[in-house]
Ligand binder design. Structure first.
Ligand code: DAH
Length: 352
């Protein structure tokens, strides 16, 4: 190697290294470049090994050039590193960028169960007529479910309610427990707990030991109603239930009351509305009768008033009980009560 060539070679090296540095694509490439040129075994270091052979004057000069080149290359390296890092960051930012014009993710929206809706609708129709909503226990004593309602042990009327008994023995074996078969036991509980006047509706779940079919479930809801005061007559019952039917089924509705038997009322009635689908002409929904039965009702039996400590010579009252699922089935044309509790979202979403 000639003495004069070292600075020239260093300059050449610098030109080559600078050119290459421009086209290093990423940080890995940058490290490879550093090892090739400015690293401990890099080309620049190799060149400088030759300096020792030069006379001291030239060595100083060439050394100064070499040091300047090393400093310049290291500075370019740092700059390029900076550039590549910034480019990488920008690339990842734009990859993660949010396009605000894209449609958003749908947020799953909950809704009320159809039974909850119809129960609320019915209770609020009665609330506007002065009825308070109360609730009661689903596990009940035989006493409240039957006896206080004028259905003594062994009475054939008990067969009207296929009962699910709870495996419970009282100390004296006297108080069998059951899943309430209707909401009527709340009549007795409310009257025992309050003085007249009473005006309540009681929504809640009931249970029966029954096979299921399109119109029967082994558990379902009822809404009980009770009004007791001085001078309440059958006309109050009719007026109140007529108003209820108009609110739920439309202002054109007619109602019909016929005699029926329930042990806790006297007289007992069943109430029907004229079919809202065919306007009473006769169709599938009303089974060609023109009428649809919607609830049982009646004047509270004097024996029931006595059982709870009310004087039947002073007070009279009316009571009624209906199945809200049945009301919803009529209102929305639902053909199978089992759909209510089968948890099929395709059914439930239609009402949410
Ligand atoms: N508890 C009766 C049932 O489940 C329905 C009923 C009928 C309730 C007449 C009443 C009533 O309050 O007066 O079949």
């Amino acid at each position: 190697m000639s003495e004069a060539t070292i600075p020239i070679q260093v300059e050449d090296l610098r030109a080559k290294a600078s050119r290459e540095l421009e086209s290093v694509p990423d940080l890995d490439g940058l490290e490879a470049w550093r090892i090739t040129y400015t690293g401990r075994r890099g080309q620049l270091t190799q060149l400088l090994r030759g300096l020792g052979a030069l006379p001291s004057e030239e060595r100083r000069e060439a050394g100064a050039v070499a040091n300047a080149v090393r400093a310049a290359l290291e500075e370019s390296l740092a700059e390029r590193e900076d550039q590549l890092k910034r480019a990488a960051m920008e690339a990842s930012l734009s990859a993660d960028a949010i396009d605000v014009t894209m449609p958003g993710w749908p947020v799953p929206k909950g809704g009320l169960h159809i039974t909850t809706r119809i129960v609320r609708e019915i209770c609020s129709a009665f609330a506007s007529m002065g009825f308070t909503t109360v609730e009661g226990p689903e596990v009940e004593w035989d006493t409240y479910n039957f006896e206080k309602l004028n259905i003594p042990k062994g009475h054939p009327a008990r067969d009207m309610w296929a009962t699910l008994w709870i495996d419970h023995i009282d100390e004296d074996g006297e108080h069998p427990m059951l899943l309430r078969t209707h909401t009527s036991p709340m009549q007795a509980r409310i009257m025992e707990a309050t003085e007249p006047p009473v005006r309540v509706v009681v929504p809640g779940r009931c249970y029966r030991y029954e096979a299921t079919d399109p119109t029967h479930e082994w558990h379902f809801y009822q809404i009980e109603g009770l009004a007791v005061d001085r001078g309440i007559t059958l006309a109050d019952l009719k007026g109140t239930l007529y108003e209820f039917a108009r609110r739920i089924f439309g202002s054109e509705r007619k109602v019909r009351f016929r005699c029926d038997y329930f042990p806790f009322v006297e007289p007992g009635v069943d109430m029907s509305i004229d079919c809202f689908l065919c306007d009473g002409v006769g169709c599938r929904v009303c089974q060609d009768t023109g009428w649809i039965e919607i609830m049982g009702a009646g004047m509270v039996h004097p024996q029931v008033l006595e059982n709870v400590g009310y004087d039947p010579n002073i007070y009279t009252g009316f009571a009624f009980g209906m199945g809200p699922e049945r009301v919803a089935m009529l209102k929305y044309g639902i053909e199978d009560i089992r759909l209510f509790y089968a948890n099929d979202l395709r059914f439930l979403r239609q009402f949410a």
